[in-house]
Ligand binder design. Structure first.
Ligand code: CP3
Length: 348
């Protein structure tokens, strides 16, 4: 089912001078058509309605002509589908009713049966049909980032309960992560089997960890997720604040490593190694800057990315909800028009 698209070629390091572009959180509140469609429907409900998922996934592709769609869902959706009592609170994020702090709390986390996410298969089938040659990216949360929501009970700045469990009760931590490996792997495999052309593993908050803890208690679980997938689609592994962790994250086995805005892509690529493509990494805050300033930064990202063995243009993290969507459309146009020349010059 996977398409010979620019995105897949870049992920496989078979890229020419064309540069694929998409944006993390391209579907969502920056789009008036999204806000309109979501009126009266909660985030979680929207993520379980095939008609809604289809429309929201396609909205940014129709509007911006990006080179990939990302499946409209959330990292906590598989947990919800399995029966974990949680909500996505507007302006806050995922909130878990009974946080996991002891072995007994683990009873909430069984295993994910693909039948519990039948709506995912149904929506992907219709999305892929409409997308034609444009690839669909599936995704899941990595065990650490999912565990952080489950252990903290909601969003956290310092992840202190999560880190305390990891260091203080590594057996409990590893058992929680083993269960989350099954859930992430199954959620990704369902999306691949339904027709996704690539998948991204979001370990958004991994950058909160010291390398030693990441290597000991997180990397083995993320590696298991990435290693379990069948179907041969390329994988992308992303986190924020991971400058120090890039070599370790690369060892988890993805084809592409997503890089935030703090590390120039040529530097990041040297840390990641020659056998992987990179994705990123325009600072999302700059979307508010004057166009000429922003355009110059986009060109800088293209130039630095040209030094990597493959590059997928993206932001360094998600689109902020206040972004003027017209700016995103202009970035896509600029990347499509100017990247071939800039890449040729940078690689000469
Ligand atoms: O366009 C896309 O990128 C696809 C959709 C997508 C959503 N969540 C939709 C969403 C993706 C890929 C995610 C992943 C996700 N969810 C991550 C990893 C990516 C990242 O940003 O690092 C994380 C950490 C979450 C957890 C989560 N869900 C947060 C932090 C929030 C934001 C809370 C808020 O209201 O600001 C959510 C809610 C959420 N997920 C929204 C969307 C469009 C906003 C809900 C709304 O529109 O009311």
């Amino acid at each position: 089912m996977s398409h010979a698209s620019d995105l897949v070629a870049a992920a496989r390091r078979e890229q020419g001078v064309r540069l694929p572009v998409w944006f993390m959180r391209q579907a969502g509140r920056s789009l008036p058509e999204y806000r309109e469609l979501r009126k009266g429907t909660s985030m979680l409900q929207s993520c379980m309605e095939p008609g809604m998922i289809h429309e929201i996934t396609l909205q940014p592709v129709r509007r911006h002509q990006v080179d990939a769609a990302i499946f409209f869902s959330d990292i906590v959706l598989p947990l919800k589908a399995m029966g974990v009592d949680l909500d996505i609170v507007p302006g806050t994020g995922p909130v878990v009713a009974n946080p996991i702090r002891t072995r007994a709390d683990l009873d909430q986390i069984g295993s994910l049966d693909p039948a519990q996410v039948g709506f995912v298969t149904e929506s992907i089938t219709s999305i892929v049909d409409e997308l034609g040659a444009t690839p669909l990216i599936g995704f899941a949360g990595a065990p650490f980032t999912l565990a952080s929501y489950l252990v903290e009970g909601g969003p956290s700045k310092d992840h202190s309960r999560t880190k305390s469990m990891m260091a203080g009760d590594p057996e409990l931590w590893d058992e929680l992560c083993r269960r989350l490996v099954q859930i992430s792997s199954t959620f990704l495999q369902v999306q691949i089997d339904a027709g996704a052309s690539a998948v991204q593993l979001f370990d958004s908050w991994a950058g909160a960890l010291a390398e030693r803890d990441y290597r000991e208690r997180v990397l083995p679980h993320s590696s298991q997720v990435l290693g379990s997938l069948t179907g041969g689609v390329p994988t992308i592994h992303f986190g924020v604040g991971t400058a120090e962790l890039l070599p370790a994250m690369a060892e988890a086995g993805s084809d592409v490593v997503g890089v935030d805005w703090r590390t120039p892509l040529d530097v990041a690529s040297r840390r990641i190694g020659p056998d992987k493509a990179v994705q990123g990494n325009l600072d999302p805050a700059l979307l508010l800057a004057p166009w000429e300033v922003l355009a110059e930064r986009v060109r800088e990202v293209i130039r630095a990315g040209a030094k990597a063995p493959g590059h997928i243009f993206n932001l360094g993290h998600g689109v902020p909800p206040t972004t003027d969507p017209g700016v995103l459309t202009r970035i896509v146009e600029l990347v499509h028009e100017e990247a071939p020349t800039i890449r040729q010059e940078a690689q000469a």
